[in-house]
Design a protein around this ligand. Structure first.
Ligand SMILES: Nc1nc2c(ncn2[C@@H]2O[C@H](COP(=O)(O)OP(=O)(O)OP(=O)(O)O)[C@@H](O)[C@H]2O)c(=O)[nH]1
Ligand SMILES: [Mg+2]
Length: 259
């Protein structure tokens, strides 16, 4: 029985969504990794289609984390501030290159008094989204601390990082240019991909989450291929009582398009 909701038509990704700024991107390739495209065509994505990838959203209080998630997941915007108490989460189902893929978006509290509850949910994230307010330089300065806290519970070598400036509708173009310059510097230092969004107007919100889904999916498939590279489906397993190593594998068939 499939208890997951079906994938909405507007959550289908057939191509790799592009980054916002080439200077601060996780990668700037135009297409998905060729091994990923090939594995999807040949239905060799293993367990990726059944997995739920955890994404955590952190940042100062009132920077707009909840509004960002709500704009994407529910297409709503609330102008009244209601602090998140502890954590909350939303599930989003995508289809990437024909493969179902789910993200669990964890919305955490920015308020100091709820921080210790929220931080217990940081573990096991595949992507970390650090949000700051484009109109509040202190919230950008605090992003490094948010990242340090989130990385205490996660493997820094495998987690994908996104630095997101919020409330773009409130900046004048001149203010935005200045803030973006500083934000790009921080993004480069922490090796995060930079985005600027507005949950009020919806600017870049969909593009951003599609990019998160695509890059998380790509990383998952590559990890799955790496794992299965040790022994592929279709390998012959010979068992010999004289061998100390019982599992001697011989490849029956070469893959058709992947190295
Ligand atoms: N103008 C504008 N206001 C925004 C935007 N995003 C959020 N806000 C407002 O900013 C306030 C805080 O938004 P939230 O999304 O609740 O902030 P949060 O980061 O979740 O706050 P905590 O849960 O306390 O950590 C609310 O009054 C929102 O209406 C935006 O893109 N533009
Ligand atoms: Mg909130």
């Amino acid at each position: 029985m499939n208890i997951l909701a079906p994938v909405r038509r507007d959550r289908v990704l057939a191509e790799l969504p592009q980054c916002l700024r080439k200077e601060a991107a996780l990668h700037v390739h135009k297409d998905f990794h060729p091994r990923v495209t090939c594995a999807c065509q040949e239905h060799r994505t293993g367990t990726v289609g059944f997995k739920i990838s955890k994404v955590i959203v952190v940042g100062d209080l009132s920077v707009g984390k909840t509004c960002l998630i709500n704009r994407f997941c529910k297409d709503t915007f609330d102008k009244n501030y209601k602090a998140t108490i502890g954590v909350d989460f939303e599930m989003e189902r995508f289809e990437v290159l024909g493969v179902p893929f789910s993200l669990q978006l964890w919305d955490t509290a920015g308020q100091e008094r709820f921080k210790c509850i929220a931080s217990t949910y940081y573990r096991g994230a595949q992507a970390i989204i650090i949000v700051f307010n484009l109109n509040d330089v202190a919230s950008l300065e605090h992003t490094k601390q948010w990242l340090a806290d989130a990385l205490k519970e996660n493997d820094p070598s495998s987690v994908l990082l996104f630095l997101v400036g919020s409330k773009k509708d409130l900046s004048t173009p001149a203010q935005y240019v200045l803030m973006e310059r500083d934000a790009l510097k921080v993004a480069q230092e922490i090796k995060a991909e930079y985005w600027a969004v507005s949950s009020l107007t919806g600017e870049n919100v969909r593009e951003f989450f599609f990019r998160v889904a695509a890059l998380t999916f790509e990383a998952n498939v590559l990890a799955e291929l790496e794992k299965s590279g040790v022994r592929r489906i279709g390998d012959v397993v010979r068992i010999s009582s004289n061998d100390s190593n019982l599992y001697l594998t011989a490849s029956k068939k070469k893959p058709t398009c992947c190295p």
